[in-house]
Design a protein around this ligand. Structure first.
Ligand code: CP
Length: 363
């Protein structure tokens, strides 16, 4: 079976296939209007969403399929204590493909490990958001005509920003990528992303604390919201919540062809006076999310019937049950009775990483 849990589950060729299929869908809407007739998508959203859930729904409807699911897990039997694994086995009886969002990191992986149908990670905690990444790649391709030779500035909450982590992983497959990380010290990109993704895969990066000093270098400015819901300490959130606010006057030195992306929702990090600037691509980005999810659903359903596309989810180098994860928001800690802790050697050869959330073992 083939799933999409992390951007690294797709090769560069497969990523480009999905982006190119989305471009074909955009140009030939009628051709795809019945290709999923009789198929059902289950959207299991344990965490709030507007864009991701409704774009999945709209995508399946435009393909001629149907959609079922929940947008409030407390209205489902999750409220009675049902595990992610059991919920998945139940949904397998009703749907051909699953899109899952969860605040608990690793929940979509646990779902995939227990599923007879493809599972798509629609965002798990601060960890990963691979379908936002496909949305971002399609947007960059449509706006700038290329996915290589890009200088991209990530600005804001790079610590908890799952969209940032996933996009950096995906861009690492392309050539000529330069990353500029624009964040206060408290919100810097996690160490594993810098050392085990950027350093290991040869993506040059530099860290700065001022947007103004780099804005004229950028082909893409990727703004992010400071995510209140991820902070354990509200005082820390208050200290950093207004760290970057993009206003129209700050764009004076930016290239005319630079594009501003944001996964949305925004709070105050992009002033509304930027919306009318032609470089502001974030609402066009939302629509691209529907087209790329149409392409992804089609590809995963196609690959599900082609054994040559099967891919191991966790490999055979894992250590099971010997350590505990240090991340309280990891599914191995929130569902300890149902999920065995699993670790694999970290990419830099220095210790172990949790299979579900990429954190270190607890000491
Ligand atoms: N970009 C994104 O994931 O938005 P939602 O939280 O509204 O789905």
């Amino acid at each position: 079976m083939r799933h999409l849990i992390d951007p690294t589950d797709l090769s560069k060729t497969e990523t480009e296939e999905i982006v190119n299929l989305a471009l074909d869908i955009i140009g030939n809407r009628d051709k795809y209007s019945e290709v999923c007739k009789g198929k059902k998508l289950a959207t299991l959203f344990y965490e709030p969403s507007t864009r991701t859930r409704l774009s999945f729904t709209s995508a399946m409807m435009e393909l001629g399929g149907n959609v079922l699911g929940f947008s409030d897990a407390m209205s489902s039997s999750v409220s009675k204590g049902e595990t992610v694994a059991d919920t998945t086995k139940v949904i397998n009886c009703f749907a051909d493909i699953i899109a899952m969002r969860h605040s608990v990191e690793g929940a979509p992986l646990v779902s995939a490990l227990n599923s007879r149908t493809p599972v798509i990670n629609a965002g798990d905690g601060s960890h990963a958001h691979p379908t936002q990444t496909l949305t971002d790649l399609l947007t960059i391709k449509r706006e700038l005509g290329r996915l290589d030779n890009l200088t991209i500035g990530f600005c804001g909450d790079l610590k908890f920003g799952r969209t940032v982590h996933s996009l950096i992983k995906a861009l690492s497959k392309f050539s000529g990528i330069n990353v500029i990380l624009i964040a206060p010290e408290e919100l810097r990109l996690p160490g594993y992303m810098k050392h085990e993704v950027c350093d290991k895969l040869g993506v040059p990066y530099r860290e700065v604390e001022s947007l103004e000093e780099v804005i004229n270098d950028l082909d893409v400015l990727y703004m992010t919201r400071v995510q209140k819901e991820r902070f354990l300490d509200e005082e820390e959130y208050d200290r950093v919540k207004d760290c970057f606010v993009l206003t129209a006057d700050k764009l004076e030195n930016a290239k005319p062809e630079m594009r501003i992306l944001h996964p949305l929702p925004r709070v105050n990090e992009i002033s509304v006076d930027v919306d009318s600037d032609p470089r502001a691509a974030y609402f066009r980005q939302v629509e691209n999310g529907k087209f790329v999810r149409m392409a992804l659903i089609l590809k995963l359903l196609e690959w599900a019937s082609q054994p040559e596309h099967d891919r191991e989810l966790i490999g055979d180098d894992v250590i099971v049950g010997k350590h505990h994860c240090s991340n309280p928001k990891c599914i191995s800690n929130t569902e300890p009775h149902a999920v065995k802790p699993m670790f694999r050697p970290s990419a830099d050869g220095n210790g172990l990483r949790c299979v579900y959330c990429e954190h270190r073992p607890a000491k």
